[in-house]
Design a protein around this ligand. Structure first.
Ligand code: GCB
Length: 607
């Protein structure tokens, strides 16, 4: 019997590439570690029929492209060669780097070779994590021909321990990336943004000690306005369940320090007490970040962390105990000039400086987690953030795998950013059609989100369905799960703008309200009467009417109009006007301001 089993295992092993490494929970604050960047030119092979993965009977082939094979003898037949393949810049989407791939949705293989400096340290006991900021959508990762892991989800970071696969001299990473859309995926088959494929965020090899800080969390506890003393909770978790490691948290500027020792779970938790007078709270007018040093045994990492509280009171959102109106704008993670995935701090600074110019203190990073730099730069600039997962429109509510996928993406979004003071809202969905299955799915997700983070607010972009005449009454069973009731509305675009003054909005829940979208399209430089669709004047008038209408909503705590900049969408096909851009931006795709920009700016100045 044992022999038969062994035979089966060996036979399977010959067909399927065995996974040789482990996907680990995401390391907190990856930038704090010594690392080798694997950004730059990667060779790529477009593989329309997945020839490099399946054999001609559609079974995974052991001779796949991950073998990076080379002919050994003159007669050898190998029908691919990464070293002769073209290169593209990583991070980067493939759609804007190769004209042939503009509309392409399918599989592309990528290859990068690197040497480790200095190779002997591999044997010195350090661990090496292969980290990807994001790969859209489904990828298989191979190191030196061995399968390292399979990751699903286009906007979240992940890392593998590849220490045992590295060798002296040249090492090779090969990634099979597939961005085909499927009904059971998150997002699903249709969505109003470009399905940019590829390795769209940074790739690096991160050096860590065998036992390292997998996660840590610092949060300011809510307190009474008159409290003389404030408390910062601190917790941390090692990658190993080992007791007896020394963890110290130190905030030099506040002269706060606490030494802790890990328990059998490899975790620590403590509380730092600081006088309220000494602590400068993070807020848009004062985006104060403190240097925080965390040491584990003999190694130290550092982070910049802000302290603030966020909560709701009836229909108000309170930041540091004070009501705040969220003057926001929605943003896609696209380059400021033209299309293409944004993937640098510079892109982030440009987009966010436009939001600042508009008078914003808040941005909705739609419709998926953005590049980490977007959040970090916003935090430095004093801009609050709504962060969301791509649970958009008609999700396969009954499919357990879809739920698992959504939950994983939510976990990874929160794992990366839970120490960012500027993130105040986790959003779990956008414009989802009502049904019992949807309520069950989203209810579970919201409850789960709270178990991961009970310090922030939970919301989702709802819709007002079944408006009768001019009365729009929000009716969504998800109201009990969210802290903030948000909804999208398009009076003036999908409904007559002249209805705006007559509209009444009723939100029958004692919770703050955010209008998470409103807007309409205009082509920059196209002028006409205010009733002429696609003109800047049409959009300008639409904004005027909407701002006046929104002022009448009871409990309005903020807005994030749709959208900062024109963005690529395959659904927007009108020649001469849209040309595959959704034109609802206040800035054109080239960064030119449309007239409506000034209407919103003026409205925000009065708030
Ligand atoms: C919406 C969606 C957003 C679209 C927008 C539009 O409601 O949430 O993703 O791009 O409408 O332009 O229609």
């Amino acid at each position: 019997m044992k022999n038969i089993l062994t035979l089966i295992v060996v036979a399977l092993g010959a067909i399927l590439p065995a996974t040789a490494a482990e996907q680990l929970p995401l390391i907190q604050n990856v930038n704090a570690y010594e690392s080798t960047s694997l950004n730059g030119k990667w060779n790529y092979i477009v593989d329309v029929q997945e020839e490099g993965y399946y054999d001609y009977r559609m079974n995974p082939t052991r001779w796949g492209f991950f073998q990076n094979a080379k002919p050994q003898k003159p007669e050898d037949l190998i029908e691919y060669d990464f070293d002769k393949a073209p290169t593209m810049q990583i991070p980067g989407d493939w759609n804007t780097q190769d004209d042939r791939l503009f509309f392409y949705e399918g599989t592309v293989w990528f290859k990068k070779s690197f040497s480790l400096p200095p190779a002997p340290s591999i044997r010195g006991g350090d661990k090496y994590l292969l980290y990807f900021g994001a790969v859209n959508y489904d990828c298989h990762v191979y190191v030196n021909t061995r399968h390292v892991g399979h990751h699903i989800g286009g906007f979240t970071a992940f890392n593998y321990d590849i220490s045992d696969l590295l060798k002296d001299g040249e090492n090779t990473v090969i990634v099979k990336v597939d961005n085909k859309r499927h009904a059971e995926d998150v997002p699903t088959q249709i969505f109003d943004w470009w399905n940019y494929g590829g390795i769209t965020r940074d790739v690096k090899l991160v050096k860590v000690t065998p036992v390292y800080l997998e996660d840590y969390n610092l949060q300011l506890k809510k307190a009474d306005a008159k409290a003389k003393q404030r408390e910062i909770t601190f917790s941390a978790k090692l990658n190993k369940k080992e007791a007896g490691h020394k963890v110290t948290v130190f905030i030099p500027e506040l002269k706060l320090e606490q030494q802790l020792t890990t328990d059998a779970e490899g975790t620590v938790s403590g509380t730092l007490k600081v006088s309220a007078k000494k602590l400068s709270l993070w807020c848009p007018q004062n985006p104060k970040l403190y240097q925080v040093k965390i040491s584990l045994d003999t190694s130290v990492i550092s982070d910049e962390i802000g302290f603030r509280t966020v909560e709701t009171r009836d229909k108000q959102i309170l930041l540091n105990g004070q009501p705040i109106f969220l003057k926001g704008i929605s943003i896609h993670n696209e380059k400021p000039n033209g299309g293409g995935r944004a993937n640098s701090a510079e892109d982030a600074r440009t987009l966010l400086s436009w939001a600042k110019e508009l008078g914003c203190n808040f941005v909705r990073l739609a419709h998926y987690p953005h590049h980490e730099e977007m959040v970090r730069e916003a935090e430095k600039m004093g801009i609050l953030v709504w962060s969301e997962i791509p649970l958009y429109w008609t999700i396969a509510w009954k499919n357990p795998k879809t739920y698992e996928n959504a939950q994983n993406q939510l976990t990874d979004m929160i794992a990366r950013d839970h120490n960012r003071a500027n993130i105040i809202i986790w959003s779990i969905a956008n414009e989802t059609p009502h049904s019992a299955e949807r309520d069950d799915f989203l209810g579970r997700l919201a409850t789960y989100a709270r178990t991961l983070d009970d310090t922030r607010l939970i919301s989702m972009a709802m819709e007002v369905t079944g408006a009768s005449n001019y009365v729009n009454r929000l009716n969504d069973n998800m109201n009990k799960y969210v802290d903030v009731v948000s909804f999208n509305q398009y009076i003036g675009w999908y409904r007559d703008v002249n209805d705006a003054p007559k509209m009444r909005w009723e939100v029958p829940y004692n919770k703050p309200v955010i209008v998470s979208e409103f807007g309409g399209g205009a082509k920059y430089g196209y002028h006409g009467e205010k009733n002429q669709r696609w003109t800047e004047e049409f959009q300008e008038n639409l904004y005027r009417e909407n701002c006046a209408m929104l002022d009448k909503i009871e409990g309005l705590a903020g807005t994030t109009p749709w959208i900062l900049k024109d963005f690529r969408s395959p659904r927007r096909v009108l020649n001469g006007i849209q040309d595959y851009y959704n034109r609802k931006g206040l800035f054109s795709d080239k960064g030119e301001k449309k007239k409506a920009f000034y209407v919103l700016k003026e409205w925000y100045e009065g708030k």
